[in-house]
Design a protein around this ligand. Sequence first.
Ligand SMILES: Cc1cc2nc3c(=O)[nH]c(=O)nc-3n(C[C@H](O)[C@H](O)[C@H](O)COP(=O)(O)OP(=O)(O)OC[C@H]3O[C@@H](n4cnc5c(N)ncnc54)[C@H](O)[C@@H]3O)c2cc1C
Ligand SMILES: NC(=O)c1ccc[n+]([C@@H]2O[C@H](COP(=O)([O-])OP(=O)(O)OC[C@H]3O[C@@H](n4cnc5c(N)ncnc54)[C@H](OP(=O)(O)O)[C@@H]3O)[C@@H](O)[C@H]2O)c1
Length: 458
Amino acid sequence: MNNEHLTVAIVGAGPAGFYAAGALVSQKEFPVSVDIFDRLPAPYGLVRYGVAPDHEKIRNVIRIYQKTAANEAVRFFGNVEYGTDVTHQDLMASYDRVIYTTGAPADRNLGIPGEDLEGSLSATEFVAWYNGHPDYVDLNPNLDIDAVVVVGVGNVAIDVARILARSIDELSKTDMADHALDALSKSKVKDIYVVGRRGPAQAKFTNPEIREFGKLEVADAVVQAAELVLDSASEEVCENDRTARINLEILNRLVEAGVTGKEKRVHFRFLVSPVEIYGEGGRVNAVRLERNRLEATVSGYLNAVGTGEFETIKAGMILRSVGYRGVPLPDVPFESRRATIPNEAGRIKDPDSDAFVPREYVAGWAKRGPTGVIGTNKADAAETVKSLLEDVRRDGFGLRDRPGGNDVIDLLLNRNVRFVSYDDWRRIEALEQVQGEAQGRPRVKFVGVDDMLAVCAE
Ligand SMILES: Cc1cc2nc3c(=O)[nH]c(=O)nc-3n(C[C@H](O)[C@H](O)[C@H](O)COP(=O)(O)OP(=O)(O)OC[C@H]3O[C@@H](n4cnc5c(N)ncnc54)[C@H](O)[C@@H]3O)c2cc1C
Ligand SMILES: NC(=O)c1ccc[n+]([C@@H]2O[C@H](COP(=O)([O-])OP(=O)(O)OC[C@H]3O[C@@H](n4cnc5c(N)ncnc54)[C@H](OP(=O)(O)O)[C@@H]3O)[C@@H](O)[C@H]2O)c1
């Protein structure tokens, strides 16, 4: 790196990180060098560790990131964690500008009794486990149970319900982590209850995702016609919102298709909230639900309000799928209510003084919270890069006197941080693909960090 280049560190190699890097290298105004750091050896964030294994085509987006990584102005440093391996001080001393794109890696609680019981898990953990995220290899969910309750009706809830409803034949063609394939091949789960606190018109899942439940090989969708009857406010929602309207049509078709006697069933339930998780011997054995009705707030938002009517579903596992949550980064402002990094158009703001924090930016889920599909992060990162470039135009690069030789590689080597370069990663990836090919799968994932580092050392 040198003084003629605008030097930018990007922390987090998920979609937001790669789109930000792509936007930086495609602009022609300033020569630029971009270093992307990730705490994991593998890049791509939730594209690798979130997207469902049976939705392999979605992962084709990686080709765009590969092009960005191939640009000679871009370097990848995997297995480098911001906060431990590199600090705020390091980055501020070595780069003109820093963009945080660390996503929203934690989960949200329901705040009901019984959440600490064994068998009460978040979808965040379960998804990371089946996708081979190194931090979740040892989750060992007990699948020797008849039923699972999935709380929430977003696309993540849909993903976990569908994975539980698939046959092992279907799953074994995917890149699901081997430990999860093994556990799911022994699964006794027959009934999966997906429960939404509001009505079907307020479901967050999208049309192709709910449509898939009419075509599952070994599972029927079970929808109660009575729960699809809309109040007038929800009818209005459907009139104005095409996704909601088509969701309703699909759900009604699922009612018509009925139950055909397949070995598993996915029950979609609406207007019910879990209020307590029951256990026996420290393990989940049932979930108590309260029936809700919708009540409009002054802003027009339709809230779920309990009616005092209850029912209990017997289940050995409850999976909370009620949204992801950002976590604070050392020395970076954090807004705890929204669990995001406070910003304006990607420029980080100090929440106390409301002043902009010079040279620091944010993009992706860390910026706007855990919503939006992969592509949403492209425009989001572009906005952040636009702000960054405007600031450079006005203030100059940032670090005027960059001392020679303070390349981050020296710093990492001095600290014995075993970073993974993009070439290293390509070797890991190639090996995963070769092993996958032999089994008719897209790849066989390495799950242990040490195993990945061993490939780099070969
Ligand atoms: C389960 C699930 C399935 C999804 N499926 C789809 C789908 O099928 N299609 C679709 O379009 N969208 C899907 N999405 C949404 C999509 O994944 C997100 O919009 C997108 O990944 C957000 O990008 P991001 O870069 O902000 O965060 P992330 O993808 O989470 O990337 C953040 C990166 O930062 C790294 N990081 C975190 N902390 C540090 C640190 N301290 N130091 C260094 N690195 C760090 C992480 O390791 C990670 O690589 C899904 C989301 C989830 C949760
Ligand atoms: N195939 C895909 O394209 C795909 C796959 C996975 C994820 N994604 C995207 O990733 C993002 C995150 O998905 P997500 O499913 O985690 O979030 P989401 O879409 O925000 O859905 C969260 C769900 O949890 C419910 N919920 C929240 N708090 C609750 C509580 N206390 N009790 C009961 N229910 C509660 C919400 O209901 P309310 O509406 O009532 O709040 C909502 O149904 C979304 O933008 C999604 O589209 C996309």
